[in-house]
Design a protein around this ligand. Structure first.
Ligand SMILES: [Zn+2]
Length: 238
């Protein structure tokens, strides 16, 4: 990053806050709180085995790419809904995995539609921040507008499933962005990324047009029903 003040990718104001790359409550849920006596170890492309003594450590947060208002007030309902869904999935994972599906109203008794739309928007924030951090040349205005207007984002899908055996089960993290480019222009046109929360993972997929949908039939979108969500099988042909 250079010294020019970065702009919030959601609203355009000065970006002065960092979003956690992985939500702090998810890290605590799977691994417990990091302390001096019981540190966590972080691995990424730059660092191996970096000791972390707090789940608020800077290495667990991204670049400054959001303003405080967008990172806090605007997206707090989205954060809260993911927190609720994540803890519901975590606490009931054995039975959900056995059934291959879960009923959304169990996670959000006060309103499945709002809860799942907010969770969808939470992952839109994480993905937008990953795009900014990776400097990926793709238009994310649709992600920003969905978040600002609190409505579902076209061509932005989530899939939930068991963490593939190729990943470390007792870890929390995210893969690098998988970017699809247009052959002619070279522009990035579609993205996906996997977030792992212990035994459970979420894959997010975003494309700039309908024709580029990535085609997992068990992917989930708020406009396509919020009663039952079926788990995807990651690591096999989806
Ligand atoms: Zn902002």
């Amino acid at each position: 990053m250079n010294d020019v003040a970065a702009k919030c990718w959601i609203c355009g104001d000065v970006a002065d806050t960092r979003e956690h790359r992985i939500k702090r409550t998810d890290i605590r849920q799977v691994l417990g709180e990091a302390t001096q006596q019981k540190p966590l170890f972080v691995h990424n492309d730059d660092k191996r085995n970096k000791r972390v003594q707090s789940t608020n450590a800077k290495i667990l947060r991204g670049e400054k790419d959001l303003c405080a208002r967008c990172n806090n007030e605007l997206t707090q309902p989205h954060d809260k809904s993911w927190e609720r869904l994540s803890s519901y999935l975590y606490e009931n994972w054995t039975i959900i995995l056995k059934n291959g599906k879960f009923r959304v109203s169990k996670a959000f008794p006060a309103g499945a539609g709002n809860g799942m739309r907010n969770a969808h928007l939470f992952f839109a924030k994480l993905l937008g921040c990953a795009v900014k951090e990776g400097d990926v040349p793709i238009n994310i205005t649709k992600l920003a507008n969905g978040i600002k207007e609190n409505r579902p984002i076209n061509n932005f899908w989530l899939s939930i499933g068991a963490t593939p055996e190729t990943e470390t089960i007792d870890s929390v993290g995210r893969t690098n962005l998988l970017v699809t480019h247009d052959n002619r222009s070279g522009d990035a046109v579609a993205l996906s990324q996997m977030y792992t929360f212990g035994e459970m993972s979420v894959i997010v997929e975003f494309s700039i047009s309908d024709e580029l949908l990535l085609g997992n039939k068990l992917s989930w979108h708020p406009m396509h029903g919020t009663k039952l969500i079926f788990l995807s099988k990651f690591g096999e042909n989806q």
